[in-house]
Design a protein around this ligand. Structure first.
Ligand code: HEC
Ligand code: HEC
Length: 383
């Protein structure tokens, strides 16, 4: 037995970058301010898996899929051997470990792709922007989360396997994945280090990171990351246009409800609120709307059909869920979700000449007229 190179450099670089990316993506999953980092890690992992699949065909002996092409039956047989404490040693991946690797590659693809679609539907950003609405991606988001949880469990199983195997064969497998070497028989197939490929992979990853954090984020995306305006020194978000599907519209509603103030799209309050608004139209915030019954019927139908209860947008869903079942607010600005989302807007911002009233949604939300209220379309007026 002699120290032999088993894992080439690209495979090791892939392994540890994927591991670190997954850990970091898991930690940044729940928080909006880290969304840009989370999404970056997702794309990085997809790229890494793409590389690994390619490398599985053209890489060095032990990195090729052909060297660890075991079926589920062999994986289970190997587990049984391990349970009996007499598993044979594999210099490359053992059958159970191989299965975990294929599942991890597959799950990474599922997590990455469902992540892109979720980002597209929820924030109207990224490659799938405009494909789906908030309500439509609910299930895909669940799948994204479930697949990520599956990955976490698999990673834990993989680590447990490495520990068991290391004890069983008295060798440190984690260190082998760092140094690349293992004790092996002289007739073991030779592995080249493939330094150039590793350097190319590293350069590609650093280039992607540089592009993402210094160009894409600043110029194109609204991902809630630190952003500095060189002129004012103020941290601000760029304005990103809404790219999703337009919400239903109605001319009569626009004419009748948009003459005193800008229209408030029906998705912003539940149907019962619109029914009450129309029932009490004689005293609408101190004015009389004075609509005849045919007009009232048509406008009310449009509003009820597209009310917050329909959960067609993120705002609709969250406004509706924030309300008590028996609450029938007439003001959007009194719904718990609205209040929560605007808690941090300063008095100075409300007092700005472009804003003046809380109900002047369009002052800060460039998509207020369309009713979509996407994160990327929000910007508090400067000065
Ligand atoms: C004659 C003028 C007038 C017309 C027409 C009108 N409104 Fe209003 N509306 C008001 C006034 C005044 C307020 C109170 C504004 C404020 O306090 O900032 C108001 C406020 C509202 C608010 C509360 C906004 C908030 O969250 O603070 C909603 C919702 C609303 N109107 C819906 C409608 C709908 C629906 C229609 C059409 C059926 C309509 N309005 C037509 C005058 C009008
Ligand atoms: C002074 C500026 C300003 C005005 C006026 C304003 N908003 Fe906002 N709005 C904000 C800010 C700031 C946020 C928080 C954005 C965030 O959390 O990223 C926000 C968030 C929201 C969100 C949540 C968006 C999301 O999906 O995270 C909704 C919905 C919303 N506003 C609706 C309204 C409506 C409806 C009106 C008018 C009745 C209104 N806003 C008026 C500044 C404003």
């Amino acid at each position: 037995m002699q120290r032999t190179l088993i894992w080439d450099l690209p495979t090791r670089l892939f392994h540890w970058t994927l591991a670190a990316s997954f850990a970091a993506a898991w930690l940044t999953a729940e928080s909006d301010p880290w969304l840009a980092v989370h999404v970056f890690l997702g794309y990085l992992m997809l790229g890494l898996v793409g590389f690994r699949i390619l490398w599985g065909f053209v890489g060095s002996h032990f990195s090729r899929f052909s060297s660890f092409w075991f079926g589920p039956r062999e994986a289970i047989a190997y587990l049984k051997q391990v349970a009996r404490g007499q598993a044979e040693r594999h210099v490359g991946h053992n059958p159970t470990g191989s299965l975990a690797i294929y599942l991890l590659l597959l799950l990474t693809l599922v997590v990455g792709i469902t992540g892109i679609v979720t980002l597209g539907g929820e924030e109207q950003q990224g490659l799938a922007a405009g494909w789906f609405s908030f309500a439509q991606i609910k299930l895909l988001k669940k799948l994204h989360e479930a697949a990520a949880t599956g990955m976490l469990l698999l990673v834990m199983g993989h680590i447990a396997g490495v520990v068991v195997e290391s004890v069983l064969h008295r060798e440190n497998l984690a260190r082998s994945m760092l140094t690349g070497t293992k004790l092996a028989k002289p007739d073991t197939p030779r592995t080249g280090a493939h330094r150039q490929v590793a350097v190319a992979l590293l350069v590609a990853m650093l280039g992607f990171a540089g592009w993402w954090f210094y160009y894409a984020i600043d110029q194109q995306l609204d991902m809630h990351v630190w952003q500095h305006s060189p002129q004012t020194g103020v941290v601000e978000k760029p304005h990103v246009k809404f790219v999703g599907k337009a919400l239903p519209d109605n001319k009569l509603w626009r004419d009748e409800c948009g003459s005193c103030h800008a229209v408030f799209h029906p998705v912003l309050l539940p149907a019962r609120s619109w029914q009450k608004t129309m029932a009490e139209q004689g005293q609408h915030f101190g004015t009389d709307l004075g609509l005849d019954s045919a007009t009232t019927q048509t406008v009310l139908k449009f509003m009820v059909d597209n009310a917050a209860d329909g959960h067609t947008t993120e705002a609709a869903t969250k406004i509706d869920l924030s309300l008590a079942k028996d609450a029938t607010p007439l003001r959007i600005t009194e719904t718990p979700y609205w209040v929560k989302k605007h808690r941090e807007v300063s008095a100075a911002d409300w007092a700005k000449p472009q804003v003046k009233s809380k109900a002047n949604c369009a002052a800060c939300h460039s998509d207020a007229d369309a009713g979509t209220f996407e994160d990327g379309a929000m910007q508090i007026p400067k000065s």
